[in-house]
Design a protein. Sequence first.
Length: 173
Amino acid sequence: MATDDVAAQVRGWFTGRLPGDWFTEAPKIIRDREEIAVLGTLPDPPGDVPEAERGTLIEGLARRFREETRERRVEIAREAERKFRQKVSWGVVCGGETVMFTTLSVPVMTRLRQTERQVLDTLVAAGVARSRSDALAWCVRLVGKNTDTWLAELRDALQHVDRVRSEGPDVNS
């Protein structure tokens, strides 16, 4: 089955399964090889909230949602994990801030040359990261943040390749 078909099935299943009053719009479903992340949008905090309170208000709203929906989220996640054979993580977007509740931390093996290791070691020595592993994760987040548009275009192109490949001849027959 094509990647797009599976993504559509996952998105449809969650949209149909989640209570309609949890989020202000359909949840964003982000899927990779190991994990399905369900990211729902909560109502924005009132506009008249002072900036000094805004961050803690968003944190409180996210925490309340997390606690009030925990039992149902666990039940839904277990169903999805059995159906799609992937772990499910949860998060919310509120006031433009994203708060993830549960996510997988998956080890990724890589080989780095000395100059690349020196970058990681500098980040560790400067206190930006606790370890090379943390430093590498920090670098990946930074690149993702600064190249978000380009990465989105690349992902769209890969989805197009998957669609074309799935419509092509079956080479296994």
